[in-house]
Design a protein around this ligand. Structure first.
Ligand code: ASP
Length: 334
């Protein structure tokens, strides 16, 4: 019997981390090489023929657009050679990398990210089990229609809506869009929520991203009681090409921040409105009337995922109008 061919692309993170003790909390991310990481997973060679490609070995708080583009290039280059792909990654920015890839990798084969909350040297390290589950998902044809998935702690999530909700707990991942879409059990992926129909979500699969050295610079602005426009103005002065607000509640913005945002809109720069809340959509024309101010409503996406969608949209169409951008973001509103 021929086994499915799975490529594991490694990038670092806690899953590749080493600590001085099996029980202490201090450790260094991104220390274990790709081959060593995979060798630590019992039974893996019985479920798939594994190839390992190390793309980076960094803690994911140091993730960059260069690594995203290198990952995308590796997946595009190897797409015809494998039945599915697993990306090992730190959990801190998994929301961002998985979303970037979900918008840019070719469709038709599973791409599954996984990581760990405990370093490889910890008692009951979760990495080996997560890798096993990710490989079992990546070899499942049923996973392909979901685009990029994240396999963590026995659950499967779509990249869109992924949210790291707990600082150190193993069950940290959840979704802003209603929870997991499936789970893994006994080496098999099971799905409880249908995949979005092919073509229903935006994608940048044909984009010339591989030739890009950088994506448009977009900043996220957090809000707090008493926040003003200092940070927004500084970003604009520094040449940023757009802003995403992580506003209060339904994306509400403090009065003192508004003049800087209105100045951005007047100079033709997009301002996308999102929320600092963990769950729920931001509504177009709720307390803030987006059309009146020239803002774009970010819908149900988190601020960091709004940032990536805006980056890709502006990379593709530098002169995109507010209406173009709003139409794009509306496709994520559900
Ligand atoms: N700081 C680590 C990282 O994101 C945390 C983890 O992987 O869980 O690389």
């Amino acid at each position: 019997m021929t086994l499915p061919r799975i490529e594991i692309l490694t990038t670092g993170g806690t899953i590749a981390g080493k600590g001085g003790s099996a029980t202490g909390s201090s450790y260094q991310s991104g220390e274990v090489g790709g081959d060593e990481l995979v060798a630590s997973v019992p039974g893996l060679s019985e479920v798939a023929e594994i190839s390992v490609r190390q793309v980076a070995n960094i803690p994911s708080q140091d993730m960059t657009e260069e690594v995203w583009i290198a990952l995308l290039a590796a997946i595009r280059e190897d797409f015809g050679k494998f039945d599915g792909f697993v990306v090992t990654h730190g959990t801190d920015t998994m929301e961002e990398t998985s979303f970037f890839l979900s918008l840019t990798v070719p469709s038709g084969k599973p791409v599954v990210l996984t990581g760990a909350m405990l370093p490889s040297t910890a008692v009951s390290a979760d990495g080996p089990r997560n890798i096993f589950n990710a490989v079992c998902t990546a070899k499942s044809p049923a996973a392909a229609p979901y685009g990029v998935l994240v396999a963590m702690n026995g659950e499967l999530f779509t990249a869109r809506g992924l949210y790291k909700s707990k600082t150190v707990a193993l069950d940290t991942f959840t979704s802003r869009l209603g929870g997991a879409v499936g789970w893994t059990q006994n080496g098999e992926a099971h799905f409880s929520v249908p995949a979005a129909p092919e073509g229903s979500l935006p994608s940048f699969r044909e984009s010339k991203l591989l030739r890009a050295s950088a994506l448009p610079r977009i900043a996220v602005l957090f809000t707090w009681a008493g926040a003003d426009g200092t940070a927004a103005s500084a970003y604009l002065d520094a040449g940023f090409q757009g802003l995403v607000t992580a506003g209060f509640g339904d994306g509400n913005i403090p009065k003192a921040m508004m003049p800087a945002l209105e100045a951005a809109v007047r100079s033709g720069l997009p301002v996308v409105r999102s929320s600092r809340c963990a769950f729920g959509p931001v509504l177009e024309a709720g307390e803030v009337d987006d059309r009146k101010y020239g803002f774009v409503c970010g819908g149900a996406l988190s601020a960091v995922q709004c940032r990536i969608l805006l980056q890709l949209a502006l990379f593709e169409r530098p002169g995109a109008t507010r209406e173009d951008l709003q139409a794009l973001f509306r496709r994520f509103a559900g």
